[in-house]
Design a protein around this ligand. Structure first.
Ligand code: ZN
Length: 142
């Protein structure tokens, strides 16, 4: 089940200068900066009430974020929904005809299991499903 918008992902050319812009806009500093090697990306996260803003900068010229910016410029990159059971959600969406970008959940930033839904099946918007991971103490992070 999709529970809420977890975060909005914004593709930026330079995360340090974008951090300053969003810190001024939102009135607080990013609570986390994290590099995700598998996606060749540096991310920073800002809290906005129940939801978050994720800034993403590509770390290599052929990273998906760098290619996105090259083609479409900086801007809104994806909408991420919080799901309680990502595997069940992926199976359900696949059966309904949505195109998923991976067959199994991947490890994303912010302690999440993630899967992207291809924008061609969601009216041009890249959709991310994400599920918080429990650490061994049973506490839900993020
Ligand atoms: Zn995201």
């Amino acid at each position: 089940m999709i529970r809420k918008i977890e975060h909005l992902g914004i593709a930026v050319k330079n995360i340090e200068s974008a951090n300053k812009v969003y810190e001024a806009l939102l009135g607080s500093a990013p609570y986390k900066q994290e590099s995700v090697e598998s996606e060749s990306v540096i991310t920073s996260f800002f809290k906005t009430g129940e939801s978050k803003i994720e800034l993403l900068e590509g770390t290599t010229a052929d990273s998906p974020i760098s290619k996105y910016i090259e083609k479409r410029g900086e801007g809104l990159h994806h909408v991420a929904f919080d799901v309680d059971d990502i595997v069940a959600e992926m199976e359900k969406l696949k059966k309904m005809g949505f195109t998923l970008l991976s067959d199994v959940p991947k490890r994303g930033a912010d302690n999440k299991l993630i899967c992207f839904v291809h924008p061609k099946s969601t009216n041009g918007v890249l959709v991310e499903l994400c599920q918080s991971q429990r650490d061994p103490s049973g506490e839900i992070k993020g």
